[in-house]
Design a protein around this ligand. Sequence first.
Ligand code: G3H
Length: 253
Amino acid sequence: MRTQIAAANWKMNLTLQQGQDLLSNILSKSTSVREGHAVIFAVPAPYLQAAKEIVGDRQNVYISAQNIYSKVSGAYTGELSVEMIKSVGVYHSLIGHSERRDYFGESNQFLAEKVDIALANDVTPIFCLGESLEIRESGKQNEFVATQLEESLFHLSADQITKVIIAYEPIWAIGTGKTASSEQAEEIQKFLREHLASKYGQAISDQISILYGGSVKPGNAKELFSQPDIDGGLVGGASLVADDFVAIIDALN
Ligand SMILES: O=C[C@H](O)COP(=O)(O)O
């Protein structure tokens, strides 16, 4: 059984106090996260340490960065390194969120470097991919996400790929209130798993958690997460509301 994951992405929202209150509130309502499940909070960089302190030694709850740079240290003003996040006890990072790809021009090749630096430093990449509305309407979504996988991840060894969490996020469903139907999401996530299997074999592919992201809400989480190739969600807007995110955690299989 693959790990079933509810991952919150706060994006560029909340003050420190608001973030601390939200996290404490969620953890007080979701007191234990059972084996086989994981709850991850991708918080703004200045809050990583405080968030980590709130989580303490709770089992299966993790704090994540929203981005890392492809180098360990050096003259890269404004960037965040794996060594920095590890120094505050954080061992996860989103990599390749569509907002990073779109607004900051992050290419598949550049993201491959970020994945490499993360894995070389025992940081788990939560690697995001997904197609735009234009690509979806042209019917080329499978081809597009296959290229994203190939160019950023297919250089990894079988051992390395099992350490990556993948999040499929159709750009047209992010923050728009339009969710991919559970059939649409399952269809492409099944394809992603088959594509991983074509490279690494079914046994390896079956170990990789593939999350769905894009307007996940309490009302649709259960149906999405009950699909065979959807192993939880990467949640933006609804992760900013304690009761909503707790309901999404509760919807994990
Ligand atoms: O990282 C999360 C995704 O971008 C989804 O955001 P959303 O739940 O607000 O649509």
